[in-house]
Design a binder for this molecule. Structure first.
Ligand SMILES: Cc1cc2nc3c(=O)[nH]c(=O)nc-3n(C[C@H](O)[C@H](O)[C@H](O)COP(=O)(O)OP(=O)(O)OC[C@H]3O[C@@H](n4cnc5c(N)ncnc54)[C@H](O)[C@@H]3O)c2cc1C
Length: 467
């Protein structure tokens, strides 16, 4: 055994780190305040119906290599359904389909873009021009964009209001959970470079086919079989520190001693258990609130009949951004899930108001739904869904490891950090959370590293300056 590590939080970051640490021979104790694993990517029981509902639809892409590695470790990779095409609603009620052709990347989406009736010729020209610039700048060019937001970049690239609304916004809102005006350009460009331009597999969309809670539940057994422990309903209330070094974690019931503590809590939950002395001692913890939040609204709707035939639908320029088909019950009723990203303005709206707004968009997309009865409408408001991936936040995202203690100070020894808000190179996503967990595990154990990115196509590497 290498030592005892207490991991705070059984979300994706904490679980990913725990599996890697258990592999490396560490004795792992996970403290999780809830009764289930998965954190923000989890499910709950709707008391009025007894249904298990996901807090929100969670989507991944082929480029999420670390998340896929984590799923393979959990043995749940077959529970992801893959979609090689996305369906887009046009204002005339028709559909456009985005899918990769046989052309090599980065031209695999060119045919779809050409056929999209949602965009006129001028808009398509603008998209092509911007995509070309993103391709050519490569990773090094992207990293020079740290000090601007995506909207500024689109200004410089001559992208008009309509093409922003119909093309850039639907993709960026759902991928980064922030508006074009707020999101850091570096993250938005990454979405297109790594997700769309790099290759057909990279942009393939994965959707869990089982409840989120079931996807992450196997982690508990794996940790226990390796000699570790998962304590449910166990809330950390402070971190024990002596002479600048962690000695364990105080919970509501006991003090749990440890050689190393890994916080995989959301930033605001970590901030809530820190003392001023902790913040003064460790530069990583000084100003966590600079990270801010961005909300997501998910709405579960059950109709008494089947109204949606596609697996999902993107709704450009509408209040609802995506609709997902969740399933059909034995009695023929159909469960849909509507998602609104960057939903801060929706948080104060009443359930009736939300229901009217969401139904109006569903009716526009599926006119037959006007005749159907709504059996359930359950909004799930996540005010603190993700940290706000603004350019200001980028510099506040801490790394996993403490800087060493020396004459100039240093951070709290033995305290490591993970979570989607930590420095992972990714915006707030499941992939970002898993990466942060793997990075923290590697920093603690000295073994393991990130799973490499899925390689971009040869032509992409040739055309991009730095790939
Ligand atoms: C509505 C919604 C939709 C999303 N959609 C997507 C999507 O489609 N694709 C995507 O990639 N990402 C999506 N995300 C983001 C994704 O869910 C998160 O980035 C990721 O799950 C964060 O994982 P984490 O481990 O960093 O944090 P968390 O999941 O927040 O895990 C932290 C854990 O710590 C526990 N905890 C908190 N305080 C304490 C304490 N004091 N003691 C002990 N335990 C504590 C919590 O209960 C939680 O289980 C979405 C998020 C939300 C909210």
């Amino acid at each position: 055994m290498n030592g005892k590590v207490v991991v705070l939080g059984g979300g994706l970051a904490g679980l990913a780190a725990s599996l890697r640490l258990a592999d490396a021979g560490w004795s792992v104790i996970v403290l999780e305040s809830r009764r289930r694993l998965g954190g923000r990517a989890s499910s709950f029981e709707d008391v009025s119906t007894g249904r298990t509902l996901d807090n929100c639809q969670h989507v991944l892409m082929g480029c999420c290599t670390n998340l896929l590695d984590f799923y393979a470790r959990l043995g749940v990779e077959d529970s992801i359904e893959w979609y090689s095409q996305t369906h887009w609603l046009r204002p005339d009620g028709g559909r456009d389909v985005m899918r990769a052709s046989r052309l090599p990347a980065p031209f695999h989406m060119a045919g779809s873009l050409r056929r999209m009736r949602l965009l006129d010729r001028s808009m398509k020209r603008q998209v092509r021009r911007a995509m070309w610039r993103m391709l050519r700048m490569g990773v090094s060019g992207r990293l020079t964009l740290r000090n601007q937001n995506f909207s500024n970049l689109l200004d410089q690239w001559g992208q008009d209001t309509q093409v922003r609304k119909l093309f850039w916004e639907p993709i960026i809102l759902s991928a980064c959970n922030l508006s074009l005006e707020r999101v850091a350009a570096v993250h938005a460009v990454q979405v297109f470079q790594d997700g769309f331009l790099a290759g057909a597999w990279h942009s393939t969309m994965g959707v869990p086919a089982i409840p989120l809670a079931d996807l992450y539940a196997p982690a508990a057994d794996i940790i226990c079989q390796a000699g570790g422990e998962v304590r449910f309903g166990c809330t950390a209330t402070s971190i024990g520190i002596e002479h600048r070094r962690v000695i364990g974690v105080q919970t509501k019931d006991e003090f749990v001693r440890a050689d190393v503590v890994l916080s995989a809590l959301p930033w605001e939950r970590l901030d809530a258990i820190l003392t001023d002395a902790d913040r003064d001692t460790d530069a990583r913890l000084g100003d966590l609130s600079a990270l801010g939040h961005s909300a997501i609204l998910g709405v579960h709707i059950v109709f008494d009949r089947v109204v949606m035939d596609e697996p999902h639908l993107v709704l450009p320029g509408r209040g609802v951004h995506w609709i997902f088909r969740k399933g059909i019950d034995a009695d023929g009723s159909q469960h849909l899930h509507a998602v609104i990203s960057a939903a801060d303005e929706w948080m104060g709206r009443s359930p009736d108001d939300i229901r009217d707004a969401v139904l109006s968009d569903i009716h526009a997309a599926y006119p037959s739904s006007r005749q159907a009865s709504v059996l359930l409408c359950r909004p799930v408001k996540e005010r603190r869904a993700t940290f706000a991936a603004t350019m200001e936040a980028e510099s506040s995202r801490p790394s996993a490891s403490p800087s060493p203690v020396g004459p100039q100070g240093g951070d709290i020894e033995g305290l490591y950090l993970a979570g989607d808000w930590c420095r992972s190179g990714w915006p707030a996503t499941m992939e970002g959370a898993v990466r942060s967990g793997y990075l923290a595990a590697a920093a603690i154990s000295g073994v393991g590293e990130l799973v490499p990115d899925a390689p971009a196509g040869g032509l992409v590497r040739f055309l991009a300056k730095t790939r």
